[in-house]
Write a protein that binds this ligand. Structure first.
Ligand SMILES: [Zn+2]
Length: 407
């Protein structure tokens, strides 16, 4: 049975009374209610559905199926006569965004002859896809100015139920397929006229303003992200708060925030470069010092053994690479980070020495609950923090020295 669509006769109707015609079990097991009349807009044409209450029962979703409007409810009403109440803030937001979409689309067509080929209205984003290869900042500003001029002009928004024969009377943005029988047109004089089944504000002034937030190229079209009315105001509040925080933190007026951030980033890059150079120099000095004071094996390779508790001054790998440049060397390094419950190992040696660091590391890791491995000349591992790192390294050192015939 067809439901009377009160959202068309009065899109501003927030509360209405109706009779329950049927309560049905939906395919997904939920309950659906069909009324003789409703102000709840069902999802369709890019506009999400309304929500609200039937008496005290929450209306979760509303769908249109074969001319029947089904209200998905938490439970079926126990009485036949019900009062429907819309979540008006949600509906009015949809009306602002949707009506703004008409105006913006009309402006794109007027200025650039570009058609709207897609529309999305979601809780977090509203966008239209425009048949344009690209959009410049100047074009976006022009289209935004044209759209807002139509808002300031407070144009009446009207709907017309028309037949094929009536169509030539209207300056349509989108032509419907012929032979549709009867069709609903939405007209905003001088800016837009097209077939639409959604709900709209009664006057373009109520759109409250249109702001293009950005755009991107998307499979042959330009996707334009925009907000209208209440959303535009909320979006502005969010941006303003972010800029104010930055402005206070950087001690500059809001307009100078971008330049101040650039300056800070350049400074940071300089400091980063300086730090890298200092680290390299530190690595060179630490490696030379460690190499000079280290004992040698019988075949003349220095043996460097270091167990760090806490963050080492250099990454283990950087330190090992520095040491390898100084001469024949066997490197046994470990670092324990108790706060992060982590330990790291790095064993390496100059190629050609009679030692397999990968095998040595593998034999040792079970002592400290770690995992890892590597080649004969370079092996790395890690595991949870262990207070036996120094002990494990000492065992490895003794094995290395014994194997090379040194004590
Ligand atoms: Zn519409």
């Amino acid at each position: 049975m067809a439901t009377e669509k009160l959202y068309y006769s009065d899109p501003y109707l927030k509360e209405f009374s109706a009779r329950v015609l049927a309560a049905i079990q939906l395919e997904d097991g939920r309950t659906g209610v069909v009324l003789d009349r409703t102000a709840f807009y069902p999802e369709g044409g890019g506009q999400p559905c309304d929500t609200g209450r039937l008496n005290d029962i929450p209306v979760l979703e509303v769908h249109s199926k074969n001319g029947e409007i089904v209200h998905v409810v938490a439970e079926a009403p126990a009485v036949e006569e019900v009062t429907g109440r819309l979540d008006w803030a949600r509906r009015f937001d949809h009306m602002q965004q949707h009506s703004g979409e008409h105006v913006l689309s009309g402006a794109f067509l007027e200025l650039f002859g570009a058609e709207n080929v897609g529309f999305h209205l979601g809780p977090d984003a509203v966008y239209i896809d425009i048949a344009l290869e690209s959009l410049s900042a100047g074009q976006a500003a022009a289209v935004e100015a044209r759209a807002n001029a139509a808002v300031y002009a407070t144009l009446p928004v009207s709907t017309h139920q028309v037949t094929d024969a009536d169509l030539s009377r209207f300056p349509l943005r989108k032509l419907p397929t012929k032979g549709f029988g009867s069709l609903r047109l939405v007209e905003m004089p001088g800016i837009d006229c097209c077939p639409c089944g959604g709900t709209h504000v009664s006057n373009t002034g109520q759109i409250g303003g249109i702001k293009i937030r950005g755009w991107e190229r998307k499979s042959g079209v330009t996707r334009v992200d925009f907000v209208c009315g209440g959303r535009a105001l909320a979006d502005h509040g969010l941006c303003l708060s972010a800029v104010r925080q930055l402005s206070t933190r950087l001690s500059v007026p809001p307009a100078e925030v971008p330049a101040a951030v650039e300056k800070q980033l350049a400074k940071l890059e300089g400091l980063h470069r300086e730090l890298q150079a200092t680290r390299q120099e530190l690595g060179r000095l630490l490696a030379a010092e460690a190499y000079g004071g280290a004992p040698s094996t019988g075949d003349g390779a220095k043996v460097i053994v270091k167990a760090y508790e806490g963050q080492p001054p250099l990454e283990l790998a950087d330190f090992a690479r520095q040491l390898l440049t100084l001469g024949p060397v066997i490197i046994l390094l470990a670092a324990g980070l108790p706060e992060e419950n982590k330990s790291q190992f790095l064993f390496a040696c100059t190629p050609g020495l009679a030692l397999n660091t990968g095998a040595l590391l593998k034999s040792l890791l079970p002592l400290v609950g770690g995992k890892g491995g590597g080649s004969a000349n370079w092996a790395q591992g890690g595991g949870p923090f262990s207070d036996k790192l120094a002990e494990a390294l000492d065992k490895a050192r003794r094995e290395v020295l014994a194997a090379s015939g040194t004590n």
